[in-house]
Design a protein. Structure first.
Length: 275
């Protein structure tokens, strides 16, 4: 009589790097006051961050067999319970409106049936867009592990530090893939001609991608920090390379011939797809 050998069962595990941290009360990610926490959409709902999303951590996406890992499900958009009601309302005001106005104009150009020039200029409010993005990225941190980026972003958001003195450059480009990508505290190392490491905070949702980095240049892309105005409500003509369309969900956080990505203990990243 031969023994029946059962094939091994596939056991799926939760994704350890994006497990939500439960808790209704805690220090607000922006003002740091202990408060009842509310959920903040990152990026704002108006940019298309609505409905159901299934997310995997950045580390799982790039290193693991994703069939073996449960995703983290978000109903009603990718959001984090990290802000007090006051900060959440403040952020949802003029900063989000400026970002939405920029999104709407870029979407029109990207989806235009007409032949357009390769370089377009878009009237937008860079101060408000950058301030809003800084605050959203700070709030996308439900482990609460702090970073230097967060400290500075808070000072800028509350006007304690001038935006033009920010240590971060903000590069942006057209992004065509369906995935939403959000990453904090990743380091991009370039080996040639000498070893250089640059920190990156990344936010991508069709049709735009943004990276906050201490690198002075980035793939020849425009740097929004160069368009900062004296007053927040002032518009600038932001350049947009219309035919430079990128569609790798985890770019620029991917290994290439002379590049390696490092993720430290406070790194956080998720790649999500509407589901
Ligand atoms: Zn707050």
């Amino acid at each position: 009589m031969s023994a029946i050998i059962k094939p091994p069962r596939t056991i799926r595990s939760p994704d350890p790097y994006i497990t939500p941290v439960h808790g209704t009360y805690g220090p607000c990610a922006l003002c740091r006051h202990y408060s009842k926490l509310t959920q903040n959409h990152v990026p704002p709902e108006s940019t298309g961050n609505t409905d159901r999303w299934l997310a995997q951590s950045y580390l799982t996406t790039v290193t693991a067999n994703s069939d073996l890992i449960f995703g983290r499900r978000f109903n009603g958009g990718i959001r984090f319970r990290t802000l007090c009601a006051e900060c959440n309302n403040k952020l949802g005001g003029r900063e989000d409106k400026a970002l939405l106005a920029f999104y709407e104009q870029v979407t029109k150009l990207v989806e235009s049936p007409f032949q357009l020039p390769p370089l377009m200029r878009i009237a937008a409010k860079p101060n408000l867009i950058i301030r809003g993005l800084l605050a959203h990225i700070v709030s996308a941190n439900d482990t609460g592990v702090p970073s230097m980026f967060d400290e500075e972003a808070r000072s800028i958001f509350f006007g304690k530090k001038a935006l033009r003195l920010s240590s971060w450059n903000v590069f942006y480009w057209i992004y065509m893939a369906k995935e939403l990508f959000l990453a904090r505290s990743l380091f991009l190392a370039t080996w040639f001609p000498t070893l250089v490491m640059h920190e990156m905070q990344i936010l991508k949702i069709y049709p735009l991608a943004f990276v906050f980095t201490d690198a002075p240049h980035f793939y020849g892309l425009p740097n929004m920090m160069q368009f900062i105005r004296p007053r927040d409500e002032e518009e600038a003509e932001l350049p947009l390379f219309l035919y430079r369309r990128e569609n790798n969900p985890v770019f620029p956080a991917y290994a290439a011939s002379d590049k390696v990505v490092f993720a430290g203990g406070n790194a956080f990243g998720l790649v999500a797809r509407q589901d």
